[in-house]
Ligand binder design. Structure first.
Ligand SMILES: NC(=O)c1ccc[n+]([C@@H]2O[C@H](COP(=O)([O-])OP(=O)(O)OC[C@H]3O[C@@H](n4cnc5c(N)ncnc54)[C@H](O)[C@@H]3O)[C@@H](O)[C@H]2O)c1
Length: 307
């Protein structure tokens, strides 16, 4: 059945780019843009609506938080940027308080317990865990974007560096969407050929460093990520909408795979209409496993520090 997606933060850069990607994708039935900047959300919705006669038969509206109780997926991209002189933890705590307000608004508006909460706002792994604990939501129905964007960037950068077709590069980034993310070279391939044959360790290191610094580079050059994060959001929502059961590095609650517990972080996860359907605990090199443990520790530490 076609689904309705509410984008909370829909007037912002990430939210509006996600909405445009979903319009071009033409799969979901309805896109509702929710934002405290309601006027801007109405403008974005109107602009998208104008293209609907070319793109797809979808309903596109601006809405209040209390009007999306029937959404099948609530994609939360609302956030706040760092102020001058503000510490990372202060920013996290400010975003946490915005985020809790949104969660309370969704609950008070009567959001269906069948809805899938799809968290994009940063720190995404921390907020994904907060969403499921604050609302006591079914962990199967809470998904964070995790390292989906990092993985997309990584594949595209590998292809760009070696002149390979980007869609034939298969390589993952797992763990935290942040400093402790790990590149997974053990299973990385291009058109079925191991990337350990195609790339030297020095080339691998350089590509990973460029990928890791890419978010900051985009912020420095154009203010923030937009198109690629919009497409990353589309990939996850289409896997849900079409029950494609794609294996994606989304952030979800760990309950034992790779010995990980409690935190939300990214491992290969099966995503379908019911949300998280399972994991693929693929074999990793010891240093890749150690990377996941480092992410677990870092995320546990941040979570414990929340105000
Ligand atoms: N997970 C990822 O891979 C990834 C990638 C890029 C950006 N992000 C995160 O996405 C978030 C949004 O980034 P952006 O560049 O779109 O920022 P932005 O400032 O352009 O947009 C944020 C939007 O949130 C809205 N907002 C703030 N408080 C709100 C509330 N209480 N209810 C509804 N809307 C509210 C603002 O009005 C604004 O329109 C940030 O947290 C950013 O770090 C995550």
């Amino acid at each position: 059945m076609p689904i309705k997606v509410a984008v909370v933060g829909g007037a912002g850069r990430v939210g509006s780019n996600a909405a445009f990607a979903l319009q071009c994708g033409g799969v979901v039935r309805e896109i509702a843009l929710v934002d405290v900047a309601h006027d801007v959300a109405q403008g974005e919705a109107l602009d998208l609506l104008h293209g609907s006669s070319i793109a797809a038969d979808q309903r596109i509206v601006a809405a209040e938080l209390g009007q999306v109780a029937d959404a099948d997926v609530v994609c939360i991209t609302a956030g706040s940027r760092r102020k001058p002189d503000e510490s990372r933890l202060d920013l996290i705590n400010r975003n946490v308080s915005i985020f809790k307000g949104i969660l309370d608004g969704l609950r008070d508006g009567g959001l269906s317990r069948d809805a899938i909460l799809f968290v994009v706002s940063n720190p995404v792994d921390v907020l994904t865990r907060l969403a499921l604990e604050h609302l006591d939501w079914n962990p199967q129905r809470v998904i964070g974007l995790g390292t989906v964007l990092d993985t997309a960037r990584f594949r595209s950068m590998i292809a760009d560096a070696k002149g390979l077709p980007p869609t034939q590069v298969k390589a993952l980034i797992l763990g935290e969407h942040g400093d402790t993310m790990s590149p997974i070279w053990s299973s990385a391939t291009a058109a079925g050929i191991s990337l350990n044959e195609l790339l030297t360790p020095t080339e691998q290191q350089a590509i990973f460093e460029r990928t890791k610094g890419s978010g900051a580079e985009v912020i420095r050059r154009k203010g923030g990520a937009g198109y690629a994060v919009g497409l990353s959001i589309l990939e996850v929502i289409h896997s849900i909408a079409l029950d494609r059961r794609q294996v994606l590095p989304v952030s979800t609650r760990m309950d034992g795979p790779y010995g990980l517990r409690q935190v939300c972080l990214s491992i290969p996860t099966v995503v379908g209409r019911a949300g998280v359907l399972g994991y693929h605990e693929v074999a990793l090199w010891p240093k890749e496993q150690a990377g996941l443990k480092r992410s677990e520790q870092a995320l546990e530490q941040t979570y414990a520090q929340l105000g």
